[in-house]
Design a protein around this ligand. Structure first.
Ligand code: URA
Length: 258
């Protein structure tokens, strides 16, 4: 593509993009996908009218309730594999369009401990697995400290199966849309206990935020004992809070031993 920029300006523009986090070139020019969608919709409407351009009554598409659609899709499945397939074909969450991969789960389905994180970050989006970046490595070390690991004794998922752009917090309507899938996920995985890491997960499963207050106190979510804990990403930023996290891990260990 000829940009009209000289070499130095083009290089500066490239460096700026890399600084902003761009790490891969997908196509030479920008694509306005919203415009494509609008044009496609107009073409469909035109086709419906017989392509004559003559105004005909516009058939109102029925309003879709994404939460109801999610609830029906989640209810219809009976295995974790079919739940994953149902999520993969769920088209109402905008986050799906910007994500590279569906991040469904890792670890051992049926393990006694199920960890529910918030949403995938860049590494998780690239690999299609939850908690594989720096926060995930800390989570693995925390679990190892009480004799747990994802190869044998822990099952892991997130509230959101797709990465939000720039790692922003998921919106309440996005959480509401994914909640029926999460509830079904927990029912099918049948853990003895849930560990809820971070505020987004507390919001989704307990209906409240305030992890500093909630952490370390057993609650109930989806009919299971649930222990809210600090998110490992928070612990990376606030190492002093590891003391509380350690207390919570011991609490979890005691529950499993009981
Ligand atoms: N943070 C989360 O909550 N989940 C992940 O999978 C990664 C980071």
């Amino acid at each position: 593509m000829h940009t009209g920029l000289d070499w130095y300006a083009a290089r500066a523009a490239l460096e700026w993009q890399m600084e902003m986090g761009v790490f891969e070139v997908i196509s030479e020019g920008p694509v306005d996908r919203f415009a494509i969608e609008v044009e496609a919709k107009a073409a469909r409407e035109q086709k419906k009218r017989g392509g004559t351009g003559v105004a005909a009554p516009i058939v109102q598409e029925p309003e879709v309730d994404p939460v109801a659609e999610a609830a029906a899709a989640a209810k219809a499945v009976g295995t974790l594999d079919s739940l994953k397939a149902a999520l993969a074909s769920f088209e109402h969450c905008e986050l799906k369009r910007g994500a590279r991969n569906l991040v469904f789960s890792d670890g051992v389905p049926g393990a006694r401990v199920m960890i529910v994180g918030e949403a995938p970050g860049r590494d998780e989006d690239l690999q299609g697995k939850p908690f594989v970046g720096k926060a995930g490595q800390l989570l693995d070390r925390m679990l190892a400290a009480i004799g747990l690991n994802r190869a044998e004794s822990v099952y892991i998922t997130n509230v959101m199966p797709w990465r939000p752009p720039q790692n922003r917090d998921p919106k309440p309507e996005e959480i509401a849309m994914m909640k029926p899938f999460l509830e079904r996920h927990i029912a099918l995985a049948e853990p003895d206990v849930l560990v809820i890491v971070g505020n987004i997960s507390c919001q989704a499963l307990l209906g409240k935020r305030g992890i500093t207050r909630l952490r370390g106190q057993w609650a109930e979510a989806c009919g299971k004992p649930a222990l809210p804990m600090f998110h490992p990403a928070y612990l990376l930023r606030n190492p002093a809070a590891k003391r509380e996290a350690w207390a919570d891990l011991l609490e979890l260990k005691a529950k499993l031993g009981a």
